[in-house]
Structure formats: structure tokens, C-alpha cells
Ligand binder design. Structure first.
Ligand code: NAD
Ligand code: ZN
Length: 253
């Protein structure tokens, strides 16, 4: 452990101790240590594929086919990933009553898998571990869809209403989920420390929450390997790995 690193962790630990109510905000970077690639790092998902916007998914069977193909090839490692030290440190702070909510852009379900209760996780971009009907919201399990798609080349259709079935994630061009957005705003308004980790903070409206927290007087901490769009706004910026840094600050291995 270098001196610079331990002084970061110490400063972070002090802010965490002094806070009354913390909101944790996470992006793809918290899950890279679990082996799930993020979007923008070298080798990340977007260096290989351009995203499929929602209107294309709806308009074209070929786009839906390509979307499911990617789900089962690129995103499949997600379903077998395990939470890492960063997730465990967050779960520890939630258990201690320090963190009121975990707002996440991630779709991998790893905060819940690390022991954060469902009601404390706010998913802004949905969840890739299941699918749902876009018309009636009926839930479908990925395994059955995967079998039909890979073995019989069949695209999923809702057996309740005939609607299009899509992974329960939010695509570019798709409306943000109203309930989670409202809860995230409420939590952001109530916190006095907003801790963002592993997000490049370029995807809006999600990146609006750290801005809102700061405007309302909360302390803003940014823990990210690389500089982010909002570094200049933050009270503490740490350019380092999440697991070791937050793990040390929270006393979790
Ligand atoms: P992003 O890829 O834009 O940014 C991730 C950031 O995390 C990068 O700046 C990178 O430098 C940093 N990072 C990566 N590993 C790190 C580590 N171990 N320690 C510290 N920093 C690290 O991701 P984003 O801001 O979340 O936005 C992209 C969108 O991608 C999100 O909306 C999300 O829905 C989606 N996504 C989710 C997953 C997932 O669920 N695990 C994976 C890929 C993409
Ligand atoms: Zn339906």
C-alpha cells in the first residue's frame, strides 16, 4: 500500500465517519473487479459494439435478434459473476446504517447479491438478469429465452399478450423508469455525503444526481480510476481502484 493510497483511504474513511446519511452511486467500474467489462475503458463493451437504440429494437426484428445475440454472448458472464470487495464494502456500510440507498447504473444485480436489501438498491437502468414484456410487464426468465433463441432461433414473445419481450434494462432512447428516478431524487436530496464510484458520469440523467447533491450542499466524493466529467465539482477525488480503496476505508476485506 503506497502512502498516497493510504492517505486517500484515510480521507475517505473520515468523510464516511462524519456523514449522517450517505448515498452511494455506482457505475460499471464497481463491477470490473468481478470480471464484468465496463463500457468505456479500453477493451470495454463499446469498443466492440455500438449500442442498439430503443427505437431500432422496436422497429426491426434483426435489431432484436442482434440484441439477444449480444445478451447471450457479451453479457452472459454477468449471470455467473460474484460480488467483489467494493460491493462487500458498500453492503457493510448499508448494514451499519451509514448508507440509506445505493443508486446504481449497473444492470448486473451484484449489489443485491452482496447482501444489500432490494429496497435499498435503486436501479436506474434496469436489470439484465431477467426480461419483461414491454406491453404488460409480465416477467420472463432469461434461461428459457436463451434456450429457445440458441436452440430454435426463436425470439421471445409474451404468452400473456403477444407483446415484445426485452431484457429488463433501459436502452438508449427508452424512457427512464419513473419510480426509481423519483426515489433516487428523494434520497439524493436527503443525503449529506454523496459517494460516486466507477462511473464516467457522462450518461444523463443519471449523472444529474451527483450534481444535484452538490448543489444542495452535500459533500461529493468521486472514486474512479480515471478523471470524470465532474471532478472539478467534488470535495474529494480519488483516482484509484474501488475495491482496495473503499475496502480499506470501510475496514472490509
Ligand atoms: P462507464 O463504462 O462509462 O464508466 C466506468 C468508469 O469506471 C470508467 O471511468 C473507468 O475508468 C472506471 N473504472 C473501471 N473499473 C474501475 C475500478 N476497478 N476502480 C475504479 N474505477 C474503475 O460506466 P457507467 O458510467 O456506469 O455508464 C455506462 C452504462 O453502462 C451504465 O448506464 C450501465 O447501465 C452500463 N453498464 C453496466 C455494466 C454492469 O452492470 N456491470 C457493465 C457495463 C455497462
Ligand atoms: Zn405481455
Amino acid at each position: 500500500m503506497t502512502d498516497a493510497f493510504s492517505s486517500h483511504a484515510r480521507r475517505l474513511a473520515k468523510l464516511i465517519q462524519e456523514a449522517r446519511r450517505i448515498v452511494v452511486f455506482t457505475g460499471a467500474g464497481i463491477s470490473t473487479e468481478s470480471g464484468i467489462p465496463d463500457f468505456r475503458s479500453p477493451g470495454g463493451v463499446w469498443t466492440k459494439f455500438a449500442p442498439i437504440p430503443f427505437d431500432e429494437f422496436m422497429a426491426s426484428e434483426e435489431a432484436r435478434r442482434e440484441s439477444w445475440r449480444r445478451r447471450f454472448v457479451t453479457l452472459d458472464p454477468m449471470t455467473s459473476a460474484e460480488p467483489n470487495r467494493g460491493h462487500r464494502a458498500v453492503a457493510h456500510l448499508v448494514r451499519q446504517g451509514r448508507v440509506s440507498a445505493v443508486i446504481t447504473q449497473n444492470i448486473d444485480g451484484l449489489h443485491q447479491a452482496s447482501g444489500v436489501p432490494d429496497e435499498r438498491v435503486i436501479e436506474l437502468h434496469g436489470n439484465a438478469t431477467y426480461a419483461h414484456c414491454l406491453d404488460c410487464a409480465e416477467r420472463f426468465e432469461i434461461d428459457a429465452i436463451k434456450r429457445d433463441f440458441l436452440e430454435r432461433d426463436v425470439l421471445p414473445v409474451c404468452d400473456a399478450c403477444g407483446g415484445i419481450v426485452k431484457s429488463a434494462t433501459i436502452s438508449f432512447g427508452q424512457a427512464m423508469p419513473a419510480g426509481p428516478m423519483a426515489r433516487a431524487e428523494k434520497e439524493t436530496r436527503a443525503c449529506d455525503l454523496f459517494l460516486t464510484m466507477g462511473s464516467s458520469l457522462v450518461v444523463y440523467p443519471a449523472a444529474g444526481f451527483p450534481v444535484l447533491a452538490k448543489k444542495l450542499g452535500a459533500s461529493l466524493v468521486i472514486l474512479n480510476r480515471e478523471p470524470t466529467e465532474l471532478d472539478a465539482w467534488a470535495d474529494l477525488v480519488i483516482h484509484d481502484e474501488i475495491g482496495p480503496t473503499l475496502g480499506a476505508a470501510a475496514g472490509v476485506n
